[in-house]
Ligand binder design. Structure first.
Ligand code: 13P
Length: 260
């Protein structure tokens, strides 16, 4: 049976005090119950305090971005060893908000993925199409091109050490979730591409999670799909109650529907 990976992306929300208080409540809420991998990605300013608050818990810490160099004159940037230093195990890379507002390209994200792996950080690499691309029925070619560039020159062994997050941009923060069928259709396509490029044996082991308006009431249906291995949660991860419910509901009824 699959073990869901539920990651909370807090984006640019929460002061240090608010972050510590939120994580304490989440920690208490998920201490019992079903087994899942839980990752919390606060803003940089709260990473150290949250890392301390998470000591001894089963929740992992992640960052929301990083620079590909290990140090240097890059004003305002944060490096992979700095993330390791504050206790991060994961790092979100290539989020659509970084691609859209900060003009990050797949080529640049590829560099970041390579250095994250070099520093033993687990990259959660985001890919996904815009509404216009979906309406023009280009979503598959867009995702394929993003994958080719973002994962360029990575070995089969390296691919096994990262997580892919399919986040259709039209579903982020809009309340408009991709239906479980739409998520499965794209995620099974992603898995097929991985099989073609790497071995089928490794392709089945790569975790592919879904992000975009995930809520307590839609996570169970998403998790039933064979190629949905978890969720990257934005807005609903900012409240302990909804995030804990998502974690619990993710494992509530995992009997996988027949492959699509
Ligand atoms: P929402 O869950 O708020 O739609 O955000 C999704 C997201 O961007 C997670 O990275």
């Amino acid at each position: 049976m699959k073990r869901p990976l539920i990651a909370g992306n807090w984006k640019m929300f929460k002061t240090v005090d608010e972050a510590v208080s939120l994580v304490q409540t989440i920690k208490a809420g998920v201490s019992r119950g079903a087994d899942s991998q839980i990752v919390i990605c606060p803003p940089f300013t709260a990473l150290y305090a949250v890392s301390k608050a998470l000591e001894g818990s089963r929740i992992d810490l992640g960052a929301q971005n990083m620079h590909p160099e290990n140090e240097g004159a890059y004003t305002g940037e944060i490096s992979p060893p700095m993330l390791k230093d504050v206790g991060c195990r994961y790092v979100i890379l290539g989020h659509s908000e970084r691609r859209q507002y900060f003009k990050e390209t797949s080529v640049f994200i590829n560099e970041k993925v390579k250095t994250a792996l070099k520093y033993s950080l687990v990259p959660i690499v985001c890919i996904g199409e815009t509404l216009q691309e979906r309406e023009a029925k280009q979503q598959f070619e867009i995702v394929k091109a993003q994958m080719e560039q973002t994962f360029k020159d990575l070995s089969k062994e390296e691919m096994l050490k990262l997580v892919i997050a399919y986040e259709p941009i039209w579903a982020i923060g809009t309340g408009r979730t991709a239906s479980p069928e739409q998520a499965e259709q794209m995620q099974s396509y992603i898995r097929r591409l991985l099989k073609e490029t790497y071995s089928s044996e490794s392709a089945v082991k790569i975790q592919i999670i879904y992000g975009g308006s995930v809520k307590p009431d839609n996570i169970a249906a998403l998790m039933k799909k064979p190629n949905v291995d978890g969720a990257l949660v934005g807005g609903a991860s900012l409240k302990a109650e909804t995030f804990v419910q998502i974690v619990q509901n993710a494992t509530s009824e995992i009997h996988i529907e027949a492959g699509s």
